[in-house]
Design a protein around this ligand. Structure first.
Ligand code: F6P
Length: 324
């Protein structure tokens, strides 16, 4: 079994609240086992260019409450090419790094699967607001993003009710509807449009908006996940077909920033410590996951092929019942 003496930690893909807690726990846990930690800046790009900082306990002591990632991030185009992955692996060997901890979403995991073929031991921690990594029930940042979206939508609703308008609010999620489902249910949205479930039935929406107006519930709130329908187009169509004044708000990057919730700080800490435990046990190429609130791990190549991330059907059915 290889004794790990030096590790590199990086964050990659979209930043997510809770990443800093994971970095902190990696550094603290590594110190307990006398492992040295270097922080790689700007994700996989930093591995290619060897842009690094040393990380001590003092550097990370008070970062739990900070949004974003102290190591910066990127969506590295170069890392998709074998010659750059090979350069990154050479850099790690040259600097005597025994293993990498990569914190990020689906793209980070896919990059890691390619990278292990260079003979590098890489352990991943799922961090993305989208909650779209199939092997785990939780990804760092989701709770903060869902809460931020909820707070923003509550405010939009106040204005919408005051004016008797229809509000269309677009939230993030890439190809997944988790943020839309949670923020939509939490704000009692009248309709929630999800990539997994959208059937293209615009008439159903315009009929419901009209019905609300005749019922005297004079505002209507639609939460739509990005990429399903063009939100401004939807608002325009509703106004044209129903005569109800309609407005659109695209929440955008507000959902990614801000102080992490207690849940993201806690899970970041747990996942960071667990990643070091995996390395300490001499295991290789794993991803940390959470199931029924218990930490576990999977082989990264197997995890990337998993396809069991369907939207919870009970949650979805309930969202329909609660919006009638
Ligand atoms: O990090 C996840 C995410 O915010 C997705 O919800 C969104 O589709 C995407 O990143 C936006 O990416 P970028 O920061 O590259 O614009």
């Amino acid at each position: 079994m290889q004794v790990i003496k030096k590790i590199a930690v990086l964050t990659s893909g979209g930043d997510a609240p809770g990443m800093n807690s994971a970095i902190r726990a990696v550094v603290f846990s590594a110190a307990q086992f006398d492992m040295e930690v270097v922080g790689v800046l700007r994700g996989y790009d930093g591995l290619i260019d060897w842009e690094t900082i040393s990380l001590t306990l003092e550097d990370v002591r008070n970062i739990n409450n900070q949004g974003g990632t102290m190591l910066f991030t990127s969506r590295s185009e170069r890392f998709l090419q074998p010659e750059y992955r090979s350069q990154a692996a050479d850099n790690l060997r040259k600097h005597h790094v025994d293993a990498v901890v990569a914190i990020g979403g689906d793209g980070t995991l896919r990059g890691a699967v390619q990278f292990q073929r260079e003979g590098i031991n890489i352990v991943c921690i799922p961090g993305t607001i989208d909650r779209d990594v199939a092997c785990t029930e939780y990804t760092l940042g989701f709770d903060t993003a869902a809460n931020t979206a909820t707070e923003a939508i509550d405010r939009i609703r106040d204005s919408s009710v005051s004016h008797g308008r229809c509000s269309v609010v677009e939230v993030m999620g890439r190809k997944r509807g988790y943020i839309a489902l949670w923020a939509g249910m939490a704000t009692s949205a009248d309709a929630i449009i999800l990539p997994e479930k959208w059937d293209g039935d615009f008439d159903k929406i315009t009929d419901a908006v009209k019905k609300h107006h005749t019922d005297d519930r004079n505002s209507y709130l639609i939460v739509v996940a990005e990429g399903v329908i063009d939100a401004p187009e939807l608002a325009g169509m509703i106004q044209e077909k129903t005569g109800v004044e309609s407005r659109v708000s695209v929440l955008g990057y507000i959902q990614r920033g801000g102080q992490p919730t207690a849940k993201d700080r806690m899970y970041g800490s747990l996942m960071g410590a667990y990643a070091i435990e995996i390395l300490r046990q001499g295991r290789e190429n794993r991803i940390v996951a959470i199931k029924n609130d218990i930490l576990e791990d999977y082989d990264i190549a197997e995890a990337v092929d998993m396809n069991n991330n369907a939207l919870d059907s009970f949650q979805y059915e309930l969202s329909l019942r609660l919006s009638e």
